[in-house]
Design a protein around this ligand. Structure first.
Ligand SMILES: C[C@](O)(CO)[C@H](O)COP(=O)(O)OP(=O)(O)OC[C@H]1O[C@@H](n2ccc(N)nc2=O)[C@H](O)[C@@H]1O
Ligand SMILES: Nc1ncnc2c1ncn2[C@@H]1O[C@H](COP(=O)(O)OP(=O)(O)OP(=O)(O)O)[C@@H](O)[C@H]1O
Length: 288
């Protein structure tokens, strides 16, 4: 019943994102870092199934290992939307988790955005994307881009977004099997925070493989497993870190080349191949 305005059940994607480049240009008084980054979505991610409840309860299954439900960004997004709207409806939410946690793919943030947009539809709130993005920013710096649903040049902490159309190649994304804590990377003394800001036009001219990520040297030294994955993938194609890691990715000219790399994958890594998308599949599913 996804396409009906009277749906009582919705099954919706929560796509991954890549940071195709990322530079740190400053640090705010509250400790958050000022970034310049290019976000793009992938046709790979989590899935949320939302079923309407009329008793106001928010029930999530299954629980994520190590994450109490009250901390889960899906439950927090649902409760925030209830509080903001005064809505007395609730939902049963089933999460199919495919994205690694602490992977730099924005899995939790994307789940939160899908919950916000899906529940807005299920509860017939009709909030604007602008209002939902503002709510999303309270949950995490990466949530607004998933709410807006367009590949974007981002500034500030990631909330000042300008839509862009990037090339949409195949990517191989390798997970080195560890979780990186975003706060630990941003808190590291050695992280450089003074890259000179550039214009969006200049960033777009840069293009792969010259795009880079300022977090990479710090993550390499704090997490040797990520350094090893960057070196392994980098021997096969120009490789980069996404966000603060742990995942690394390479852009390939063809699906065949991506398949060749997948076939060589050592057993201690997991990986997937996916296509870059400039429009989020969430927005395509909701017709927004
Ligand atoms: C690195 C990126 O993934 C790039 O897309 C994001 O900027 C991270 O976004 P996120 O995971 O949604 O991050 P949040 O949950 O908002 O923040 C986690 C922690 O990372 C640090 N943090 C995050 C984002 C930012 N621009 N500056 C920061 O210093 C803060 O210590 C914060 O407590
Ligand atoms: N629905 C959720 N899915 C994943 N993690 C969640 C969720 N809700 C809360 N979390 C918490 O958020 C942390 C970061 O998870 P997430 O998968 O978003 O990392 P990430 O991909 O590195 O994010 P980002 O790229 O935004 O930094 C997890 O370690 C977990 O404690």
């Amino acid at each position: 019943m996804n396409d009906s305005a009277t749906a009582t059940e919705l099954t919706l994607p929560a796509p991954a994102k890549l940071n195709r480049m990322l530079q740190i240009v400053g640090r705010r008084a509250d400790g958050y870092h000022e970034l310049q980054t290019l976000f793009q979505f992938l046709d790979h991610g989590d899935t949320l199934q939302l079923c309407l409840r009329d008793d106001g309860e928010i029930r999530l299954t299954p629980a994520l290992p190590g994450v109490p439900d009250s901390d889960n960004l899906i439950v927090r997004a649902a409760r925030l939307l209830q509080a903001e709207s005064g809505c007395r409806l609730g939902a049963d939410i089933h999460l199919t988790k495919r994205l690694p946690m602490g992977g730099g793919l924005g899995g939790g943030s994307s789940d939160a955005a899908t919950a916000l947009l899906g529940l807005d539809r299920l509860w017939r709130l009709d909030f604007s994307l602008e209002r939902l993005a503002e709510l999303g920013l309270r949950l995490g710096a990466d949530v607004p881009v998933f709410v807006r649903g367009q590949a974007a040049w981002a500034e500030g902490v990631g909330e000042r977004l300008t839509p862009v159309a990037l090339d949409t190649p195949w990517f191989v994304v390798v997970h080195p099997g560890i979780e990186v804590a975003t706060a630990a990377v941003f808190g590291a003394a050695q992280l450089t925070r003074d890259t000179a800001p550039i214009t969006m036009a200049r960033a777009l001219q840069g293009g792969a493989p010259s795009w880079s990520n300022d977090c990479e040297p710090t993550v390499r030294s704090l997490y040797p497993q990520v350094a090893e994955a960057l070196d392994w993938l980098g021997c096969r194609a120009p490789a980069m870190l996404t966000g603060t890691g742990a995942c690394v990715f390479a852009r390939l000219d063809s699906q065949t080349k991506a398949r060749h790399i997948m076939a060589e994958l050592p057993s201690h890594y997991t990986a997937f191949m996916a296509r870059g998308l400039n429009l989020s599949p969430l927005h395509a599913a909701l017709g927004r």
